[in-house]
Design a binder for this molecule. Sequence first.
Ligand code: SF4
Length: 430
Amino acid sequence: MNVHDTEYMASLLEKAGYVQTRFPQEADIYLINTCAVRQKAEEKVYSLLGRLKFLKRKRPNLIIGVGGCVAQKEAERIMAKMPHVDLVFGTHQIYRLLEFIEKIREKKERICCIDFNYELEPPCDLFPIPRESSVRAYITIMQGCNNFCTYCIVPYVRGREVSRKSEQILAEAQRLIDRGVKEIILLGQNVNSYGQDRTDEISFPELLRRLDKLPGLKRLRFITSHPKDISPELIQAFGELETLCEQIHLPVQSGSDRILKRMGRKYTRSDYLRKIEALRKVCPNIAITTDLIVGFPGETDADFRQTLSLLEEVQFDAIFAFKYSDRPPAKAVSFPDKIDEKTKAERLTEVLNLQKPITEKKNKAKEGKILEVLLDTHSKRNPDQVAGRTRCNRIVNVQAGLEFIGKLVEVKTKEALPHSLRGEVVKVLG
Ligand code: SF4
């Protein structure tokens, strides 16, 4: 979502005539889009802001702005302690970026605006220009979250759930497809509850169905889903919709019912397993990835073993595991039974060590297969290679020229590496 918000800001600025510089020290405007979901990300923001103080001293006309979740959460502190920051704008104020910059230029005043605005619909003509890749694009379908999981800061910094109008989403999708986009990724903190905050909207599975029918769209994905809101209708969509890729990210967070309850996740281990089973029934090749938190307050060794056994049982394609950290004002901050850093680090290592061979085995199973790949970038390591993603979201590198970027191809996979595949193009699909 942050990548997409950054694209949006860049689009606004480009439309107003600004150009992006390759050298940040030459910029007239320096914007930092921030993430507060983990403490480490927040620390990085302060460290960068500290360094920018020296740049501002050299170039007093430089405008420094901070947006996103840290801005939302820490506005007062940034304004009070960092006089070199000119602009602090919250997660619901992105669309006013140009207005803020103009005011700062004209009046030479600092601005801080972090109000939540639940009425706001981004204007249609401000659709972001896909920058990183012209064949893959994100669409935000909703903002915010109503779940208040006890470890999570998102509802406090992104506000309550607000779904965009489906007609706007469909129009934005069509416009992107007309520009050559082949894959659309729908974004939201909890996409499954799309539409539930409005009486005039369709459900998430129905939105998928309508997007699937758009001529020219090849692939559709979404992120992120809450396990409690995965409906039978949504599961069914994986068996029916041609463009819906065989991949889902379904954060489980813990394998222990006791910890899930303390996290306020509102599902049990067996609910989660039943949904995985149902997904695999309608879509046997579906790739399933998850998020895990280790060392949540009160997590005993027995709870942690439950998480390990869940990993063994589900056999995820990949996991994203993190050590718990306090994120005020989330409720778990006040839980008394915190786990020490050493135990958290040991548990993280154990989880990752358990998952590593599972991910490798899953990748290995793709060797020698013909897979559809959307090539969208040059390879990071090898200039003679281009890279793309399979429908199950695995990265594939192939020996091919830059003219292949943007093509949907069939690749015969030759070799599975720990985090990617290598292969050769056998057919160009379009
Ligand atoms: S559902 Fe996701 S975004 Fe919402 S509070 Fe829980 S973890 Fe945070």
